[in-house]
Design a protein around this ligand. Structure first.
Ligand SMILES: Nc1c(NC[C@H](O)[C@H](O)[C@H](O)CO)[nH]c(=O)[nH]c1=O
Ligand SMILES: CC(=O)[C@@H](O)COP(=O)(O)O
Length: 120
């Protein structure tokens, strides 16, 4: 797949840690609306436990990141692992399933470039 990544003029900003994936969307929206960033990379891992809390967190994180991007008007890239168990999480965080966070970072760079150079 070809890359749109043209990093000219892009700056790579801050890293913000939050309590959990449920807090990612509001944090992404806040930073996205600041006007200081070309894209927001949202990464994390939601791992199913014994209750249905997983579904609430995972679904909220996904729809929340989507809405944060739509609200802020800049790409908010969803790189949150949603996993049945720790093995799946580890496989997606650099294991045999690859590094989904790194893939999301490439998407964020491509989208930032697209918005800055082709959609502004
Ligand atoms: N169990 C996981 C959580 N739970 C915490 C929530 O994200 C949230 O912080 C809490 O409900 C307070 O609002 N978060 C994860 O990112 N991953 C999990 O596996
Ligand atoms: C994703 C979660 O919230 C989950 O890991 C919490 O575990 P539990 O459902 O056993 O409370």
């Amino acid at each position: 797949m070809g890359s749109l990544a043209d990093t000219k003029g892009l700056s790579f900003g801050v890293v913000v840690s939050v309590h959990g994936s449920f807090e990612v969307p509001i944090t992404a929206q806040k930073h996205g609306k600041s006007g200081n960033y070309d894209a927001i990379l949202c990464i994390g891992a939601v791992i199913r436990g014994d209750t249905t809390h997983y579904d609430a967190v995972a679904n909220s994180a996904a729809s929340g990141v989507l809405n944060a991007g739509l609200s802020a008007g800049i790409p908010c890239v969803f790189g949150v692992l949603t996993c049945e168990d720790m093995d799946q999480a580890l496989n997606g965080a650099g294991g045999k399933a690859g590094n989904k966070g790194a893939e999301a970072a490439i998407t964020a760079i491509e989208m930032a470039s697209l918005f800055r150079h082709h959609l502004s």
